[in-house]
Design a protein around this ligand. Structure first.
Ligand code: HEM
Length: 287
């Protein structure tokens, strides 16, 4: 039997729009990175769900096993403790909301509040014990190539178009030497959801950064922006590149594909019967 229990029915007792607003309230912070916890909340939601393996139906956003070692210590998760701690105040205010729902919802809030598309969201994830954690190595390694990206994302059930769409999240946030060894932001507006990642990939000339750190790229003109080896793969691979071009030219198309792919990512490994209520949250500036 699975070490993860079935989802709790959505009793309607939790006002999720209210929880959404509480998360939105803690995003802005001039003492954190570029002034927002949004990017690291997106990364937390992604790393909690990106462990999914469809062949064995293990991992995924159900469980929140990143609370425990060894998953909390997996190299890919370096730095995410700060995001988990930051969300504790919202957990305390809403004890009925599981950590797995909270982290997933925080990703959705961050995307919407930073100007991204509305992401359909469904509650009901149950938290699991450490025993349900998946082995290390399920998240992508930024130093590898196209085959690796396909191995990792096909394992979750994504196709090439979805791999490119999801990667557009790198418009947000930055790499921190203390976390991953890499350094710098992908775009000049790392707290706003735009299709800028795809535009930068195509428009800038990317050269290898001269330093002692891991192999990464910087834009030749200013050296201020960066790309990981796995980012550049998207313009080098015959099947990925057309999607980069389409998303760079059409932000609406990317918003739509990204919303679908991020929703799918958040559903990985969560048992559903199809009758669950789907939430579409209002941005705080629309309320
Ligand atoms: C950050 C790798 C896909 C969202 C990072 C970092 C690395 C990385 C190395 C820097 C972490 C740090 O130093 O703090 C990769 C690789 C991917 C991938 C190899 C394979 C395609 C994704 C996906 C999403 C995502 C699918 C979301 C849908 C983010 C965000 C940040 C980030 C928002 C910034 C976090 C911050 O500013 O603190 N990623 N990532 N990434 N990643 Fe990815």
């Amino acid at each position: 039997t699975s070490p993860v229990s079935p989802p709790s029915p959505d009793s309607g007792e939790v006002n999720y729009q209210k929880v959404y607003n509480q998360i939105a309230d803690i995003l802005e912070d001039n003492d954190w990175d570029d002034g927002s916890w949004g990017p690291i909340f997106v990364r937390l939601a992604w790393h909690a769900s990106g462990t999914y393996d469809k062949a064995t139906n293990t991992g995924g956003s159900h469980g929140a096993t990143m609370r425990f070692a060894p998953e909390s210590e997996h190299a890919a998760n370096a730095g995410l403790k700060a995001a988990r701690n930051k969300l504790e105040s919202v957990k305390t205010a809403n004890p009925a909301v599981t950590y797995s729902d909270l982290w997933s919802l925080a990703g959705v809030v961050a995307i919407q509040e930073m100007g991204g598309p509305t992401i359909p969201w469904i509650p009901g994830r149950r938290d699991a014990e450490a025993i349900a954690a998946t082995p290390d190595g399920r998240l992508p390694d930024a130093s590898l190539g196209a085959n690796h990206l396909r191995d990792i994302f096909y394992r979750m059930g994504f196709d090439d178009r979805e791999i490119v769409a999801l990667s557009g999240a790198h418009a947000l946030g930055r790499c921190h030497p203390s976390n991953s060894g890499f350094d710098g932001p992908w775009t000049a507006s790392p707290t706003i959801v735009t299709n800028g990642y795809f535009k930068e990939l195509l428009e800038k000339k990317w050269v290898e950064k001269k330093w002692k750190g891991p192999k990464q790229y910087v834009d030749k003109e200013t050296g201020d922006l960066m790309m990981l080896p796995t980012d550049l793969v998207l313009i080098q691979d015959r099947s990925f590149r057309p999607w980069v071009e389409k998303y760079a030219a059409d932000e609406k198309l990317w918003f739509n594909d990204f919303a679908n792919a991020f929703h799918k990512l958040q559903e990985l490994g969560v048992p559903r019967n199809g009758s669950e209520k789907v939430y579409y949250f209002k941005r705080t500036d629309e309320q």
